[in-house]
Ligand binder design. Structure first.
Ligand SMILES: C[S@@+](CC[C@H](N)C(=O)[O-])C[C@H]1O[C@@H](n2cnc3c(N)ncnc32)[C@H](O)[C@@H]1O
Length: 296
């Protein structure tokens, strides 16, 4: 832990320290996984606490000012590569944004936008349900790029502050975006959708809730519609950094596990595909409607 102590004293890692820091975080994380570890998490926290200010990305993750991990504000800070104005935290924020997980989050926004514009219904306009919609930057960028589009979004998020933030960000496009402050488990849609998208939500759900919600949402697809569920892969090299510095825990799943969960929800294999963003860190489970052309 001396290496991390030194980095804290010299106000954060230089790029040339990144590899060694990653190796050290893996080593400490693996050590702490063992009940008989010679060190405790609290020893580690004592060392890094000065750089867990809420004014850093990792400290924001750790302190959870909105009460839960992965809130709209940290996600939007990831999209914007937000960095603290304070010199003593800047290098830590640069390190944060250089990690694979934040890059994969930025890549998944692009994946969503690509999914929308490559959809067969894109030209005539689609109805999209965005579940756990967060900051709304994805929809803002969609309409900035496609200002004449007749596509409309229904956005579900249970966090009132998240809804308010997204409403303000997407203000020019509220004629085509409807925000609903609801818990998705208790929400009943009043229509069917061409695309149902959910990123950054299912990887907080255990298998039982995952299967339940997948089955529930699929029922609201139009016959040609697609449900797309994002989930962090087990190949997430940033996992231990997120857990140790940010107490940010996810259900990581591999492709086979995602397909198994779709099967458990009653979806036949021909209706299921798994894609990924370029790093392979964020996976996307695609599920089509049971009466789609690939159908039973
Ligand atoms: C990690 S953020 C992802 C935001 C957005 N999908 C994105 O990728 O930019 C997850 C969002 O889901 C919302 N959320 C989590 N559980 C929810 C639930 N059961 N019902 C509705 N919203 C939920 C949170 O409030 C948060 O805004």
């Amino acid at each position: 832990m001396d290496f991390i102590k030194q980095l804290v004293e010299k106000k954060g890692p230089e790029k040339s320290d990144y590899h060694a820091l990653h190796v050290e975080i893996e080593r400490i994380g693996t050590l702490l996984d063992h009940p008989s570890a010679s060190i405790q998490y609290s020893d580690f926290l004592d060392i890094i606490f000065p750089v867990l200010s809420v004014e850093t990305m990792q400290g924001f993750a750790f302190h959870k000012p909105h009460g839960y991990s992965g809130d709209y504000e940290i996600i939007d800070r990831i999209y914007r590569k937000w960095k603290s104005g304070k010199e003593e935290f800047r290098k830590w924020d640069e390190f944060f944004h250089a990690q694979e997980a934040p890059i994969a989050v930025r890549n998944r926004k692009k994946f969503f936008l690509d999914t929308l514009v490559s959809s067969a219904q894109f030209k005539e306009g689609m109805h999209v349900l965005n579940v756990g919609s967060g900051p709304g930057r994805d929809m803002l960028e969609f309409f900035q790029e496609n200002s004449d589009s007749r596509t409309s979004f229904d956005c579900i998020d249970y966090d009132r502050d998240s809804i308010a933030y997204a409403q303000e960000l997407c203000a020019p496009y509220l004629d085509r975006i409807r925000f609903l402050q609801k818990n998705i488990f208790r929400f009943t849609p009043d229509r069917e959708y061409d695309i149902i998208w959910s990123a950054g939500l299912f990887d907080y759900l255990d298998d039982r809730k995952f299967v339940f919600l997948l089955g529930k949402l699929r029922a609201y697809l139009k016959p040609e519609g697609t449900l797309v569920i994002g989930n962090f892969s087990r190949k997430n090299p940033t996992r231990k950094y997120m857990e140790l510095f940010g107490k940010w825990f996810l259900y990581h799943r591999n492709e086979e596990e995602l397909v198994d969960l779709a099967r458990a929800a009653g979806v036949s294999d021909r209706h299921v595909h798994v894609f990924s963003e370029p790093l392979g860190v964020n996976l996307f489970l695609h599920v089509s409607h049971s009466s789609s052309p690939a159908g039973d």
